[in-house]
Design a protein around this ligand. Structure first.
Ligand code: MCN
Length: 717
């Protein structure tokens, strides 16, 4: 590959440090050149007739590794004596990002009545979609390279592979069919995509690579891995005065596709949360270590921010002797302050945070909790109640915002609606569904706008030869950005349809109205259906001379701002004092995802996110051996995903009173909501239960062992 000068895997988002310097961007090649920096970094590729042969041949590969010292912890990597991963990154620092104003924060801290401090670890997670990643490459006789790829971002992968192989983008077709789930980590570029594409191109033979689950553990990007110190300044009445957050983020051995943006541009923008904190400063340092690269995993920066704020809010309430709901209600941004500009940049267009929290506490029966706690105590169980409020920057991302912060790609979405001559509809989108039900919800958007029955609408995603433009699915963007593109394309179809209908009915287009699939002359019973208009659109003899043939429209939509989803989640737990096991016995959520297109799908999305949030809170922990960098949690025996039996019944409500004011649907994203609110709500509940024993902190994840140890040490005190 080096001889063919195959290009490096450049990240698609780079960050500037607070001093204006660009981040360190060490080259990353699909196959390591001389130095292996993390377990799982490819060193050789075997090509064989079948997988068994390839495995046998791989056994014959002898690699003369000379072990070098390694570092896996981001704070340890900052030490001057730590091994250096890249010459271009002194101190293993990739960037030192800063947002906010230190001067106003220092001033507020100096005059504060109380300062609350917390040190938090946000555990490293493994994405575990139901199917591992896969790549198939095929080169046609005419030289076209087709890549079938388990990716969420077909157009991005086509672009990077074309740049690396120096092929025109049009010479590559990227097909991403049903990929078996993705959770964000399949939305990034991986070495195998480059290797398989290059080898098939070289050999002119079709090649297939499918990861085993073990290979997934060793080759998929991982998520989170923050170490954070946070301090909140308050006045006597519990009003938040200022927030200072210092985060050390573990980027792994290389900067992955969006790996630098998650703990900087995305995470830091969320640290105002739902609160009216007047002064905020956040410093986030991205560090290289000898671990797999980290990047987006469901929530991507938002669960980390929510966890910091909601742990602080609970601690502040405790230290000031205030009720946890009361301290939040005193600090929530009121609905009449919308649009609200946070001191760190983002402007929330709408939201009624106090209403959402009040409703949550009502459905969760917060008032009756004391009785339930007493009843549990009679059964020798520690019962706790916890909750968390969040905002989510869904609809990633306004391109202007992203490019100003270093993105090398735009984040628009494109949608084409083609009304076929029989009136049926084919819609082509740059988004990608891997469990989110786009074929249903996008068809609903078209059906409601064009009056075409759902059964006559086909949604096509995930094929760069069919869908000319696109960005992909991540950051809960498909409804807010892709859905808006469809809505705009539907408006264009109606506009053109009106002109054709007007021609047929010999009136002016201005006199035409459209509803339920029928064009009518206003105030008369003269009408023509969309189906009839579509037929005419493809029959030149009956067609207006000034119009182009066909009934197909494309809209490209780039949001002007994020769609600010928000919500509040509550959880009730019981802890078994003998085993330390946390049982989640109740879970409630109230989420504002703007206008809801499909409540069933949204509820499913929120439940799935909560399951993953529960995994982060109680089970999942990716562990490396600090002596040699080996991944210790490299199978499901050692890495504990949540199970069905861990899941409580979830009572969820959607608050549709605050439609997004910035997009034509009024919709805000929902795909990550659960994974954002759940970890903080669950941990707050568990710590509430443990407060009876004087325990006020246990780091994520709250495994039974950790809780058991905390209980035993509290008994010794
Ligand atoms: N929706 C709706 N009304 C709204 C908001 C959303 O009806 N107001 C619908 C949408 O039309 C879409 C679904 O809900 O069908 C999710 O929409 P959205 O919130 O825009 O999220 P995306 O479709 O962009 O999905 C991305 C998001 C992310 S970032 C991860 S990670 C994730 C997730 O969705 N990974 C998933 N959900 C997943 N679900 C499954 N089964 N598998 C994954 O890998």
């Amino acid at each position: 590959m080096a001889a063919d000068d195959v290009g490096p895997m450049a990240p698609l988002w780079t960050i500037k440090s607070a001093d204006g310097q660009p981040m360190a961007e060490p080259p990353r090649f699909a196959i390591a050149r001389g130095l292996v920096r993390h377990v799982g970094e490819p060193v050789a590729a075997i090509i064989a007739q079948n997988a068994e042969q390839a495995r046998d041949a791989a056994e014959l590969v002898q690699v003369d590794y000379e072990p070098l010292p390694s570092v896996i912890d981001a704070k340890v990597a900052l030490d001057t004596k730590a091994p250096l991963l890249h010459d271009c990154a002194p101190g293993n620092v990739c960037f030192r990002f800063e947002r906010g104003d230190e001067a106003s924060v220092s001033k507020a801290f100096a005059g504060a009545a109380r300062i609350v401090r917390l040190d938090l670890i946000n555990n490293r997670l493994v994405g575990a979609a139901i199917e591992p990643r896969a790549v198939i490459a095929d080169v046609s006789a005419s030289g076209k390279l087709t890549l079938y790829c388990a990716t969420q971002v077909p157009h991005h992968i086509r672009r990077v592979v074309s740049e690396q192989l120096r092929l025109p983008q049009g010479a590559i077709r990227l097909v991403a069919p049903n990929v078996g789930g993705g959770f964000g980590y399949k939305g990034k570029h991986y070495p195998e995509e480059t290797i398989v594409a290059w080898a098939a191109w070289r050999l002119r033979r079709p090649l297939k690579w499918v990861a085993t689950r073990s290979e997934s553990f060793l080759s998929d990007n991982q998520g989170r891995d923050h170490q954070t110190s946070a301090e909140l300044a308050l006045d006597y009445d519990g009003h938040f005065l200022a927030l200072r957050v210092e985060t050390v983020a573990n980027l792994g051995a290389y900067v992955s596709t969006f790996g630098a943006a998650i703990p900087s541009a995305i995470y830091t923008a969320l640290l105002a949360g739902v609160y009216r904190t007047p002064a905020i400063v956040i410093r986030s340092t991205g560090i290289f270590t000898n671990t797999l690269p980290t990047d987006a995993y469901r929530g991507a920066g938002r669960p980390e921010a929510c966890y910091v704020l909601e742990r602080l809010a609970d601690k502040a309430a405790k230290e000031l002797g205030l009720d946890r709901a009361e301290i939040r209600q005193r600090n929530l941004i009121p609905a009449d302050a919308m649009p609200y500009k946070t001191p760190i940049g983002p402007v929330y267009d709408c939201g009624n945070f106090p209403k959402v929290l009040a409703r949550l506490l009502e459905i969760a029966g917060y008032d009756g909790f004391a009785k339930r706690r007493q009843a549990a105590a009679h059964r020798a169980r520690l019962r706790g109640f916890g909750f968390a409020c969040y905002v989510e920057s869904s609809g990633v991302a306004p391109s202007r915002f992203a490019t100003a912060l270093g993105a090398r790609v735009g984040f628009f979405e494109a949608a084409t609606i083609r009304v076929l001559p029989d009136g049926s509809v084919l819609a082509l989108l740059g988004t990608h569904s891997h469990g989110q039900g786009h074929a249903t919800t996008f068809a609903q958007i078209i059906a409601s706008r064009l009056g075409v029955p759902l059964s006559n609408i086909d949604i096509i995603e995930g094929d760069t030869d069919q869908v000319p433009l696109g960005t992909g699915t991540f950051g809960s963007r498909s409804i807010a950005v892709g859905g808006s593109a469809i809505a705009n394309a539907a408006v264009k179809i109606v506009e053109k349809g009106k002109r054709i209908a007007a021609h047929l009915l010999e009136v002016s287009a201005a006199d035409m109205t459209f509803a339920n699939g029928v064009f009518s002359v206003a105030g008369t019973d003269r009408r023509v259906t969309l189906r009839e208009v579509a037929q005419v659109a493809y029959v030149p003899s009956a067609y207006p001379a000034e119009l182009e043939l066909g009934l197909e429209e494309t809209a490209v939509y780039d949001p002007s701002a994020f769609a600010w989803s928000n919500g509040a989640h509550a959880c009730e737990v019981e802890i078994d004092q003998d085993t330390g096991e946390v049982h989640v016995v109740g879970y409630w959520s109230v989420d504002d995802v703007g206008t809801v297109i499909n409540p069933l799908i949204v509820e499913g999305q929120i439940q799935g996110g909560i399951a993953q949030g529960l995994g982060q809170a109680l089970r999942e922990r990716c562990v490396y051996d600090s002596d040699n960098g080996q991944l210790l949690s490299a199978s499901f025996l050692d890495y504990a995903l949540p199970r069905a039996s861990d899941m409580p019944v979830i009572v969820s409500e959607l608050d549709e009173s605050q439609p997004c004011t910035l997009n034509p649907l009024g919709a805000k994203g929902c795909g990550e909501a659960g994974s954002i609110g759940a970890p903080a709500a669950i941990v707050n509940a568990a710590l509430d239960a443990l407060s009876a024993l004087g325990i006020d902190d246990v780091q994520l994840p709250l495994t039974s062992e950790r809780i058991w140890r905390a209980i035993r040490s509290s008994e010794k005190l």
